[in-house]
Design a protein around this ligand. Sequence first.
Ligand code: ZN
Ligand code: ZN
Length: 442
Amino acid sequence: MFKIVMSQDTDDGEPESTSSSELQIKAPLLADVGILEAPSWSVEGAFDPNDIGKSMSQRLCHWGPLLAIFLIVTIGMSATIVFFHTWPPLDTLLGFINLIVFFTWNYMSLTNFLQATRFGGGFVKLGWKPENPALHKKLQYCPLCEGHKAPRSHHCARCNRCVLKMDHHCPWLNNCVGHRNHALFVKFCFFSIMGCFHAAAFLIKNIVVTIYLLYYADKTTRILPHDLPITDIQTMIAALTGATLSLGVCIAVIPLLYIQLWSVYHNMTYIEDYIVSKAEARRRYEKFPFVYPYNLGWRRNVLEVLANGTFPKGNGIWWPIRADCTQFTFSEEQIAQKELKSRHARIRTIAIGYNGGKFLGLLRLGCYAFFCQPLTDGRRVEVKAGEKWAITRGSKFWVYAKKVEKQSYVDAEGAVQYAFVGTDHLARGWFPRVCLEVAKTE
Ligand SMILES: [Zn+2]
Ligand SMILES: [Zn+2]
């Protein structure tokens, strides 16, 4: 259905192909509608700055933060060893400045990383309800936190809490990236790239010069050991270790920083980008534009996130928005998308049980289920033969579904009707498609 609609909306740039209906679905410009500042509605009971979920020691006892700290410390130490060896900071002013600049990158990476890990995105208080009951139906409800979701917040399955302006759950932080630590996370990415680039450039240059002089330089010229940038094997090992790790970090973190800068530029998180793409497809079909409420122009977007010291501006609950939207435009769109998704869900019966594991239990269900797992760490869910599940999306070998039960009700005309209703909000997640009963659709 959407395919036909989207093909009408091809952006081929030819004026004669632009029909009046396509012109109608263009949203007005921000310059024409202006910005509404965040309302001063109470946030008491919505967010507690001292509630950081787990303690710092619990956050750090995980492979992600341990590996990140190991990399920062190892790159810092190995580069420092080579700096002292080849460009002694106490002998020349430039050597001293070089070391201080490198230490600044290294120190800023570590402190921003630790703060981002500690604070996380900020959690919506469990069981939160806006004071005004009229707002309840405009916000999404989180059955797991037993409270309403603030605009832009999402439930993180890993943190098991609703996170303010959630971007993604970062395994390196062992915490979410969201409203509170967005600036810290962007700064961490920036400083670690600068530090690794600095280290990699210096170390690689000295490794290359040393190898060149030792093996390829004209053998008739006498090269004394003190002419070599690196003169002993221990320093060479430090240089090789530092160069390899810092190159690896650069390759891994540059795309991450690019995505984060895109997100700051548009004031749109990774999750919101996905929801907006679905909203736009839906609205193209309905022939009126979806307006993303939080994009306030890039200068303002950047200021909202980066320019207020440690934490971004705002309380993370109510937001400055485009004046042609409300605080609830985005939440209402999400509610509409969820209703649409559950209307289009397919009810299927389970034929083969699955224990919800990622490893041995899966091999029993075949190689495809084992090797073609979905590329998400979304939860795998246990299913038992005979149960009914409502499937909302899937890949060739896996499906995402929630468990439903057939319930009867009496309609307005007094007739008994049946509906499939989700009863257990924990019973949702991914399982292999082979578990489904073959070709039996209800
Ligand atoms: Zn929640
Ligand atoms: Zn999380």
